[in-house]
Design a protein around this ligand. Structure first.
Ligand SMILES: Cc1ncc(COP(=O)(O)O)c(C=O)c1O
Length: 385
């Protein structure tokens, strides 16, 4: 039987994600359009966006936050190109994005002292194998496998290397132990439901020290340059962006931050995301055809909730047949207008990926679950296995 109740919104994409509840284009009417981004009103919008993100994330006062080009990818690569090579680096990867950073380190930067710590889909590498006197590069939440680090306890407080975290699907949805992170990056198109294109980079004082004392041996394009004549370009961290930002996107960010403040800031955002994960976990516990891709419950992501189909009729099938089954399910759910964009990431094992970030209503996630059962049963009934 088709469920009687549909989710209030069918938007469960992992990026760009659903806009914040109540979003309307009218919220952007005060955007500083047609003026220089260096003019007073625009600069004020940029610098207050920085201040508001800094405050809501609970960053230590001596950490800097800047808006940079190229979305999260731009911010991660800016960090890698700017600080790596000064000492050996441990690069961790357990899904597609982490693997991209491994490839950058090996094939683009051609670093000569890299330890690669990898794990298969659903698992984490041995975090305790990282060394405190080396740099560490990892993805806080692996968006394509739904596996996150459970905490930062494995990072030494008295480390001498820098810790660089791609935290794009973790910031504003998970507790981050900032004392253990030297560089973090994210983009607005994840937990805040903002627009793509702009990245954010967060620097600890030790990261700034590295930037000011180390010159990498490779050329740095202008859009990666955080220093000038050996000094940090402080303006980047008060709203004087490296190049032209979209003031429409900045206005949209302010609207998202208004909503986030209205629900209690970071604790409110985290609570919504964890409620979505809890709803899915309860359902998975009672449902025999589905399981989390994350093998350890402590590593299950509350934002990118990745599921695999474990029904006995399915597990013996070749990967292509499993992928085709999952695709039929997502097509059916899309045709019913109850869930868009919930297919597993293109390189990930076949399955489903539900975005449970803060802008998604946990009640919508709960309402979607009976539809998943219905879609599974419908496709199974039509499939000759
Ligand atoms: C962990 C991770 N890193 C990097 C990216 C790339 O982000 P962007 O498209 O904002 O550059 C994503 C996007 O989903 C991601 O999930």
């Amino acid at each position: 039987m088709k469920p009687a109740i549909s989710p209030g919104s069918a938007l469960f994409s992992s990026g760009p994600t659903k806009k914040a509840p109540g979003f309307s284009l009218n919220q952007l009417s005060d955007a500083s359009l047609g003026r220089s981004h260096r003019a007073k009103p625009a600069k004020a919008k940029l610098s207050s966006a920085i201040d508001r993100m800094h405050a809501m994330l609970g960053l230590p006062a001596d950490y800097r936050l800047g808006i940079v080009p190229g979305s999260d990818t731009g911010a991660v690569e800016m960090a890698m190109w700017s600080v790596l090579g000064a000492r050996g680096v441990d690069v961790l990867a357990w899904e597609s994005f982490g693997k991209t950073w491994v490839s950058d380190a090996v094939k683009q930067l051609k670093l000569d002292d890299i330890t690669i710590l990898q794990a298969d889909w659903g698992d984490l590498p041995d975090l305790s194998a990282t060394q405190p006197d080396r740099d560490i590069l990892f993805t806080w939440n692996g968006t394509t496998s739904g596996v996150r680090v459970p905490d930062a306890d494995w990072i030494a407080a008295d480390r001498t290397g820098l810790v660089i975290a791609d935290a794009t699907s973790a910031c504003f949805a998970m507790d981050m132990d900032w004392a253990k992170i030297d560089i973090a990056t994210f983009s607005w198109q994840k937990s805040l439901g903002g627009e793509g294109g702009h990245g954010v980079i967060i620097l600890s004082p030790r990261a700034v020290e590295r930037l000011e004392s180390y010159t990498p041996p490779w050329p740095l394009p202008k859009i990666f340059q955080l220093t000038k004549n050996g000094k940090l370009i402080e303006g980047i961290f008060s709203g004087a962006t490296i190049n032209t930002p979209s003031m429409l996107c900045v206005e949209d960010l302010h609207a998202a931050l208004d909503w986030a403040e209205g629900i209690g800031g970071l604790p409110g955002l985290i609570a919504r995301s964890e409620a979505s994960l809890a709803a899915v976990a309860d359902w998975v516990a009672q449902t025999d055809w589905v399981d989390f891709l994350a093998s350890d419950p402590a590593t299950r992501s509350c934002t990118s909730i990745c599921l695999k189909i474990v029904h006995p009729a399915m597990t013996g099938l070749p990967t292509e047949a499993q992928a085709a089954f999952a695709k039929q399910m997502t097509a059916l759910l899309e045709a019913e207008q109850v869930a868009f964009d919930i297919g597993a990431y293109r390189d990930a094992p076949p399955g489903l990926r539900l975005w449970g970030g803060p802008t998604v209503d946990p009640d919508d996630i709960a309402a979607l679950l009976p539809w998943l059962d219905w879609a599974f049963a419908s496709i199974l009934a039509d499939t000759k296995i």
